[in-house]
Design a protein around this ligand. Sequence first.
Ligand code: 5GP
Length: 190
Amino acid sequence: MKALEQRILKEGKCLPGGTLKVDSFINQQMDPMLMESIAEEFSHIFSDSGINKILTIESGGIAPAIMTGWKMKVPVVFAKKSLPSTMENILSTTIFSFTKNREYEVYVSRDYLHEGDRVLFIDDFLANANAAKGIIDLIHQAGAELTGMGFLIEKAFQHGRGPLEKAGIRVESLAVIESLDGCRIRFQNE
Ligand code: 5GP
């Protein structure tokens, strides 16, 4: 997606260890107009997948997920990183965080993710696919069906796509970064 790539080139900052900072338009300040274009793109890509629900993880995935849910007219559920005392029928899984370099639990209620659901997972980044694997586990526990995964930014040099595609999952990324070597952002299609 050209508009996203151009924005990454203009405002993205690379940090040591292969991390890309996009706080000015995705991860802290958010650009609703760009999010709308992203949602348009995802709703087009996944228009034939018959989903009835979008699942994401707080917090980076929430904005693109809710905009896509609005376009596709389906509810959006987010896995929470802390357990609210009010949550019932809890499903949980452990995920290794790339940015924080530690494990954390995520929680979702069976009330909002269950058998019969056809789920699209949306997240801001695909790196090593740890978050994606946690989501697959939650979807399995719920007895729901995963129809695909959409990422805003995939860092191809961290190879998260391989295991997901091997498991038969449809993976769609709007901007695919081939390398951040020398702090130069290089896209796959360059
Ligand atoms: P994975 O689980 O695929 O290794 O990493 C994906 C998760 O880690 C995403 O949910 C995202 O929040 C975070 N993440 C991974 N790489 C980056 C990055 O380069 N920049 C930012 N801001 N977050 C990242």
